[in-house]
Ligand binder design. Sequence first.
Ligand SMILES: [Zn+2]
Length: 463
Amino acid sequence: MNKLFTGDNLYILHGLNSESVDLIYLDPPFNSKRKFDAPVGSIAAGASFEDMWNWSDVDSLYLEEIINNYPFLVQFIQTIGRINGDSMKSYITYMTQRIIEMKRILKNTGSFYLHCDSTASHYLKIVCDRIFKKNNFRNEIIWKRLNVSGKESQYKKKKYSSNTDIILFYTKSDDYFINPYRKLNEDEMKIKFPYGKFPNRYKLGTRLFRSTTAGPRPNLCYEWRGFKNRSEAGWALSKERLEEEYQKGNIVIKNEKSLERRSYEKDYKGEPISNIWDDLNEWTKNERTKFPTQKPLSLMKRILLTSSKENDVVLDPFCGCATTCIAAQQLNRKWIGIDISEASSKIMIDRLSDDSALFKDFINIKSPPKRSDIKEVPVSNSLRQEIYNNQKGQCNACDLQTDLRHFELDHIIPRSKGGGDYFENYQLLCSSCNRIKGDRPMAYLLLKIQKINKLHKYELSFS
Ligand SMILES: [Zn+2]
């Protein structure tokens, strides 16, 4: 069943199983709370990026994941703060928390597309290089944005107008599906393969002889079925390959003087797609909603057709007006959409329900899901004992050593924020530490109990 979640994607991502999704596309909003639905870097938004992001957008509950597993990113994010200010630091931290989860959810054979623009793409690329590993970076795709204008602003701003977005494409390993070819329509096919009749249309293929300027190649000089190389530069292919092509029907003897090399439409995979996407800015009829950062279906379909197969699961954690979900549905992919805004979930539900009877095939869920790929551990005396032994009889925060019966069991991440009854999410705290912490992050508690000198790394969360 396709799923549409309404809520903070951080908690929802935490509840999705590891390696359960084949393709992730995200187009994160300019602002986490959607006060202004303007895209990052748009003209309307350009001046106010700093007003849109601050540390309160970052959920410190999940910072430990970065601090514990990505110490380089902690340093990097602090550096961003020094270069670009606290807003950018907050934005990149917010994105880092989520990208870490997305990588976990993505299958090993999966692909990841992050839609952004030059406001933050250079910072996000370093974050992704670190999380996905830099050798899994595949392309920086340049997409020519819709409604390109901005002459006025260009004049005032004394710079070129900025008409493109950037899509960073990563995979999780070298083993991934890709089909980077565009199918031509019938008119284009007629031009491409002008000879013969369907389905045996063909074009004249590459030449049979090497260019005379390429220099002599004695091993490519030979006689074949009465034909000889034209110059000492020789044939373009070996005698064996030539015969092979002839047997396949790709080389035709027209008469005793001329040969023809053909490429048939049946062997044609499509036009190779480059990293510059300037051919995808057409809206189809009835496609527009009032959603300001809406992307065209043609863009989503390109990504889905290139990097997923039928029945694959596609995830869009900032799904806005559900364009990804609709493209997925139309192309027979399964989908999961997440969006924080009730308003956008309404647009989505209308859109999904309106488009066709097919689109009733989804459920709207308003609470974080529970992972089914890790075992929940009910609270028990033996669980308490095991954690007690792991912690060597000490409070997990203040190191106080005491009897098991004086400790209280705490969920490191509260259940309301997507933290489950998982072994890794339990700890024992002394009662005074547990009282200070409440539903707050561990970083807060540790800071409170004067571990500052040992834990300067927590500067990320509370500086
Ligand atoms: Zn304690």
